[in-house]
Structures are given as C-alpha cells and as structure tokens.
Design a protein around this ligand. Structure first.
Ligand code: ADP
Ligand code: MG
Length: 336
C-alpha cells in the first residue's frame, strides 16, 4: 500500500440516519484505515450513499459520530472537512475549460495562479488527461469527463477521496479500464479512498477491503478473499461471487458451496467417503474457455453452479442426472 501518512483514517461509531418514514442507516460502525481503498458494496437503497454523505457532512447524523484523522466531525461543515468528492454524474462546469475546471477548487483556497496551474497539470497527468487542458467538457467522452472530475477532486491534495458510483454511467469496457486506472491512481497518491458501488466485480477488482451493506446495516467488512471464502451471512455469500446454497436438514442453516468447490459425479459410489452427496439435475453445461460451468437444479428446485476443468463426458442430454458433493471443510454453514 502507498504511504499511509498521506491519507486520513475514518471512524464511524454507532452511526444511524433516520428519516420520518424510513431508517436509511441503522447503527453502523466502521474503521477505514489511513491510505486504504475501502469499498461500500450493496444493493440499491442499502445505505451506501447515505454513509458517504454523513462522512462528507452533507447529511446530519441521527445518532453516533464520525471521526476523520482522529478529529470528531460534529459541527465541522463540509468545506472544512477537506475531502475530495466524485459522483456518478460529473457536474463539471460546462463553460470552463478542463484546466479551469481543475483549478477551480484551488481558486477558492486562494492558491496563487501559477502554483494552481502547476498543481492542476499534475492532477490531470495523474488522471491520464495530459494534453486535454484547453478542451471544454462537451468535447470529451463520458470517461474523459470522469477523469476531469477525478483530477478536480485530487488537485487540492485531500487526505480522503469519496467516490459515489463514479463509473456507473460508463459502458462495461470503459468501466473496466478506469477501474484499473483508479487502482493505479490510489497507489500513486496514497490517499484514503472510499468508493461506492453495487457491482461486486468492481468491488473485488479495486478494494483493499469491502464493507457489504444490506438494508441500512453493514453485514461484513473484509478483504475480497475473506468475503468470498468466509462469508458471515447468507446475504454476503449470495451477493459476492456465485454459489450453490443448500438448505441443511436442521432447517436453520444453509451450506454455501462455491462453484470451484463443488464436484459432480456420475453416481454415489464415486463420492469420497465421508462427503455429502445430493442428486441434482444438470440443466446446462457452458464452455468458458478456461473450463466448464454446470448449472444445476437441486431437489428443492433451487439453482446452483459448479465449475470443472473437464467436460464430464458421462453427462448426456437425455440423462443429465449427477451427484453433487463437496469437501465440508471448504463449504461454510451459515444461518439460513
Ligand atoms: P444506496 O446509496 O445504497 O442506494 P441510499 O443511502 O441512497 O442507498 O438510501 C438508503 C435508504 O434511505 C433508501 O431506502 C432511501 O430511500 C432512503 N433515503 C435516502 N435519502 C433519503 C431522503 N433524503 N429522504 C428520505 N429517505 C431517504
Ligand atoms: Mg447510492
């Protein structure tokens, strides 16, 4: 990780946000480390933007506290928090050139003109926009406009950058390219990034750690590997990566089998001793280049997925029954 002294730590302590008719955020606590790339991941309406707005100071807390760099943010207004902010919709000034858009935050901070230009050119270079200084926003693509927004958020060297679905409006290919660039920028500038997305692949690609939001709460915080291999809840298991979820006989727990942990056999006799065996219907075999993916249907009708390096020649169109098994040590049991 980059030099963490350039980023600030953020602490949320028992933070709630109540609206007259709803609870947007319910008692959330979280530590974001200095210099970390932290992603808020969750479905629409789960409280991600509300949390970002509380950190920025755009929204008032109902309960709890926000601390940035060890300082309690009660009564600290937005502009005194010194945070760089990038939203999904770029909100550039259409009548200003790229350079003027990026120097704008420095003008407000009374940075001398020559110094401002120097900082803006450096921020534009970091954001991959060298040579675009004199263009107007309408002369740029969506991805380029978002780079300008990023440069503008970085230019005054804030210790924290807040990014709310900044790639959400871009097409998949451009989004993937900018994801890699954002990682590079994060490493280069060494600031704390708090990034919001509802896209789990994006979260896995970018983050040092991910906080998974669900209905105004954080279900789990961890590295991509923690969340994938040791999900704390069924929600996390189903939201991150693919899985087959099997209802256990006790009715109060489920077993989560990741695609690469599941094995398909022609019959029960082939299943290693001591491993579970469930008869399933194989609905589809999909060739992925790197291997095969089998879509399976469990006895209760639930759909699951198994990956394999081989084609499983014994499967045939007419008789697509197989036995699903797995190593129990590698498949967590979770509350149903
Ligand atoms: P996300 O960013 O994860 O999609 P939000 O944080 O925007 O979710 O919203 C969380 C919940 O709070 C939603 O149910 C939303 O309707 C509600 N909410 C957000 N802002 C307001 C507001 N200004 N007034 C009332 N309810 C709101
Ligand atoms: Mg949102």
């Amino acid at each position: 990780m980059a030099d963490s002294t350039r980023g600030a730590g953020i602490r949320l302590d028992g933070v709630s946000k109540h609206y007259p008719k709803s609870i947007a955020l319910d008692n959330v606590s979280l530590d974001v480390k200095a210099g970390e790339f932290m992603t808020f991941l969750g479905p629409s309406g789960s409280g991600k933007t509300t949390t970002l707005n509380l950190i920025a100071g755009f929204t008032e807390l109902t309960t709890g506290s926000v601390t940035i760099d060890g300082k309690l943010m009660d009564n600290v207004p937005v502009h005194k928090r010194e945070l760089g902010i990038v939203f999904q919709h770029y909100a550039l000034f259409p009548h200003l050139t790229v350079l003027d858009n990026v120097t704008f935050p420095l003008g407000r901070r009374r940075v001398p003109k020559a110094k401002a230009k120097e900082l803006a050119l450096a921020a534009l270079a970091t954001a991959g926009l060298k040579g675009y200084e004199d263009r107007f926003p309408k002369e740029l693509s969506g991805g380029q406009q978002q780079r300008v927004a990023l440069a503008r958020a970085l230019v005054f060297e804030p210790r924290v950058l807040l990014l709310d679905e900044p790639l959400g409006a871009l097409d998949k290919k451009l989004r993937e390219q900018l994801q890699l660039e954002l990682r590079r920028v994060h490493q280069e500038v060494g600031r704390t990034f708090v990034f919001v997305t509802h896209d789990q692949e994006e979260a896995l690609t970018l983050s040092d750690r991910i906080a998974v939001f669900n209905e105004g709460r954080i279900e789990q915080v961890g590295t991509a590997q923690d969340l994938y291999e040791r999900p704390a809840s069924r929600f996390v298991a189903e939201f991150i990566g693919e899985s087959t979820v099997i209802e256990n006989a006790d009715n109060s727990t489920v077993t989560v089998v990741r695609p690469e942990r599941g094995e398909l056999y022609a019959d029960e006799n082939q299943v290693p001793a001591g491993q579970p065996a469930i008869r399933v219907h194989v609905r589809q075999a999909i060739y992925l280049g790197s291997g095969w993916k089998f879509e399976i249907v469990l006895p209760g009708g639930e759909v699951g997925v198994v990956r394999s390096n081989s084609q499983l020649n014994w499967l045939s169109g007419d008789n697509s029954t197989a036995v699903l098994s797995w190593n129990p040590a590698l498949a967590p049991s979770l509350a149903a």
